[in-house]
Design a protein around this ligand. Structure first.
Ligand SMILES: Nc1ncnc2c1ncn2[C@@H]1O[C@H](COP(=O)(O)OP(=O)(O)OP(=O)(O)O)[C@@H](O)[C@H]1O
Length: 642
């Protein structure tokens, strides 16, 4: 089951300081700090107002009650009532003050996370399970909002309330004050021990929520396979196992919380009981006034909630620290290297990008086509001793030429195509577009000049038109209607006009309301809509019936006539779209020529084209390759949107 690398290792929670981790939230909290501090100040004020009530009681008992003065008693009662109302109003005001800014913090963090995820390289998405990312963007951010709304303020407010209350008690009677303070040291020791253990379990639970989310997501996306293979029971069993594990971890958390709560509640209660006994003896001896004892005990009781709440406030803070840690694990991941991106708005780059967006051809004088110079590539997570997927590849696709790339399954064709829009970074060598190293081009420009259509035609839950117009760098708009119609016609996607709302018809999640062939034609339309200078097609016609394939080929031929194209091909019909063919074998280009030349002169090519490659073609190494293949599918999917 997929997990993040760190989720499978022991959580580093014990080693980190919760405070230092939480301080990383400061840049997000900064803009709302005035409101937060005001809210905290108001909460402290409300608590202090609450602490005045025992002092009024003392005055009431030792004064009007002792003097049997009914008017004084009513006045005292009125004071207590007014203080109670003021306390309630102040707490209400605090809540109102924090609600809006905190939802803003949560929204900002979520937007930043999403923006960062878009900028992370495909290799990152290959490694991380989607559920882990989802849970960071949902559950973890919710925990952080709760922390900022509640524990952050109340740890401060309750701390101040406890200190003020203790001072009041010591001033009333220092011996009774010391009795109440007795449990402070053991309670603090227990809190420190608890915090460490709780941090580790909280981390485990949040990672397990991520794993569970992954399983749910995979099951929903793969529901057809699960049903088709009758695997629903196995899936349900695997899910039950995971939720049982999570339940165990949550129970562990609950046990820890119960233990700390027991200590935090019991010890102060015992101390209050002891103070009551000692105080009553002192009142009987005449050493203490009844009013002072009432005020003392009222203050002690008023401090019960601030003390008791510390257990779960600490627990919530630990969970928030874990959520912060998990959030920044993603945010700290290195985005796609900025190499090639302009440090400022470079006029030349900009104009080139705009030109590319409009689909204008680059000046013919500088045209050199697409070149691979001694390109070597190894996936970052491959074992160090594994052979590279691509090994010293040299290839030249001349300007305006179409080159078919043929090779056995697993020979590295998709990997090679993914290197052109820089979905992966080369291990060694260079790729140039019209003589310019792709690493020196701003990514936006590179991806505007190179359009891709992968074998798996990923669509998004948007309309047909929006999906296709993703292929134009500045996205959908009225202006592009002509381009959309042209692209649909090239991809022979006439079925769109028969849809209920034409190109404004939503395609559903992942476009699953369409057939495989229809999705593939829309993906092809997306690739050609921007009239790119360079077109990379990974077996773009594999899901089409022979008639549609022939029609698409005819239309594609016109597009290819003025585009430099690399087409991964498995079938002779697709190969025939291209001017020349390159044979990729075990990560190396072993032959280049026309289809007929290779058919005559290259036994491996002839075998592949005869459709016998499954039986005679090179075998995939076992184990790692198979696993990598699966990841490759993910990579391709992730890579499709560039
Ligand atoms: N993301 C990845 N991480 C690690 N290894 C990968 C990854 N993607 C692909 N591979 C491995 O790289 C090798 C080449 O895969 P690639 O998908 O490029 O082959 P291909 O020639 O396109 O195959 P096919 O014709 O079946 O689509 C395979 O051994 C595969 O297991």
């Amino acid at each position: 089951m997929p997990t993040t690398p760190e989720a499978t290792e022991p959580a580093p929670a014990q080693d980190r300081s919760a405070v230092r981790t939480l301080l990383r939230l400061w840049p997000y909290v900064r803009p709302v700090r005035a409101r937060l501090f005001t809210a905290a100040f108001i909460a402290i004020l409300a608590s202090c107002v609450g602490l005045v009530i025992p002092l009024v009681l003392k005055w009431l008992v030792d004064g009007p009650v002792a003097d049997r003065d009914p008017a004084g008693v009513w006045l005292g009662a009125l004071y207590v009532l007014l203080l109670g109302i003021a306390e309630a109003l102040l707490f209400g005001l605090r809540r109102w003050l924090v609600a809006r800014p905190l939802s803003h913090v949560e929204a900002e963090m979520r937007a930043d996370l999403y923006r960062h995820l878009q900028r992370l390289p495909v290799a990152f998405h290959d490694r991380w399970a989607s559920g882990q990312l989802l849970s960071r963007g949902t559950t973890d951010l919710m925990l952080l909002r709760l922390f900022l709304a509640f524990p952050l303020t109340f740890l401060l407010v309750n701390g101040v309330t406890i200190i003020v209350g203790v001072v009041i008690m010591l001033v009333q009677d220092w011996t009774l004050g010391l009795v109440i303070l007795g449990p402070a040291v053991p309670v603090m020791v227990v809190c420190v021990l608890f915090e460490k253990r709780y941090a580790a379990v909280a981390r485990l639970a949040q990672d397990q929520v991520g794993d569970l989310t992954t399983v749910v997501e995979e099951s929903v996306l793969g529901i057809r396979i699960i049903k088709g293979f009758g695997r629903h029971r196995t899936q349900a069993r695997a899910f039950r196992e995971l939720s049982k594990t999570l339940r165990g971890t949550e129970l562990h958390k609950a046990r820890l919380l119960a233990a700390i709560w027991a200590v935090i509640v019991t010890l102060p209660e015992v101390a209050i009981g002891a103070a009551l006994v000692v105080g009553a003896v002192q009142v009987a001896d005449g050493a203490l006034s009844a009013g002072t004892l009432v005020a003392f005990l009222s203050t002690a009781l008023a401090l019960r909630w601030p003390v008791e709440s510390i257990g779960f406030l600490l627990a919530m803070s630990q969970e928030a620290a874990t959520a912060t840690e998990r959030y920044f694990e993603v945010m700290d991941a290195e985005p796609e290297s900025r190499a090639g991106a302009p440090t400022c708005a470079a006029p030349e780059g900009t104009s080139r990008a705009v030109r590319a967006r409009r689909g204008a051809r680059p000046p013919a004088a500088g045209a050199d086509g697409l070149r691979f110079h001694d390109v070597t590539f190894r996936y970052p997570d491959a074992p160090p001793d594994a052979p590279p997927v691509l090994d010293r590849v040299d290839l030249h696709i001349r300007p305006g030429e179409s080159l078919a790339l043929v090779g056995a399954t697993g020979s590295g064709k998709t990997t090679l195509t993914a290197l052109i829009p820089r979905l992966h970074e080369l291990t060694a060598g260079r790729i140039t577009l019209d003589g310019e190293d792709i690493t020196t081009l701003p990514r936006a420009e590179l991806r505007a000049r190179v359009a891709v259509a992968f074998e798996e035609p990923t669509l998004f839950s948007a309309t047909v038109g929006e999906n296709v117009l993703m292929g134009i760098a500045d996205g959908p708009g009225e202006v592009h209607d002509g381009a959309l119609q042209r692209a649909l016609s090239v991809a022979q996607a006439d079925f769109v006009h028969a849809l209920p709302q034409g190109s404004a018809t939503p395609v559903g999640e992942q476009g699953l309301s369409l057939s495989g062939g229809q999705r593939q034609r829309l993906a092809l339309a997306r690739a050609v809509v921007g009239q790119p200078d360079f077109l990379v097609l990974d077996d773009p016609l594999s899901a089409l019936d022979v008639h549609t394939e022939a029609a698409v080929e005819a239309a594609l031929r016109r597009v290819l006539s003025d585009t430099t194209a690399l087409i991964v091909a498995h079938r002779p019909s697709t190969v025939l779209l291209a001017d020349r063919v390159a044979l990729l074998s075990d990560g190396r280009i072993t032959a280049v020529g026309t289809h007929h030349e290779l058919l005559r002169g290259n036994a491996e090519y002839a075998r592949l084209m005869s459709g016998r490659q499954e039986r005679h073609g090179p075998q995939e190494p076992q184990g790692q390759q198979g696993q990598q293949g699966q990841q490759g599918q993910q990579g391709r999917r992730a890579g499709e949107d560039g």
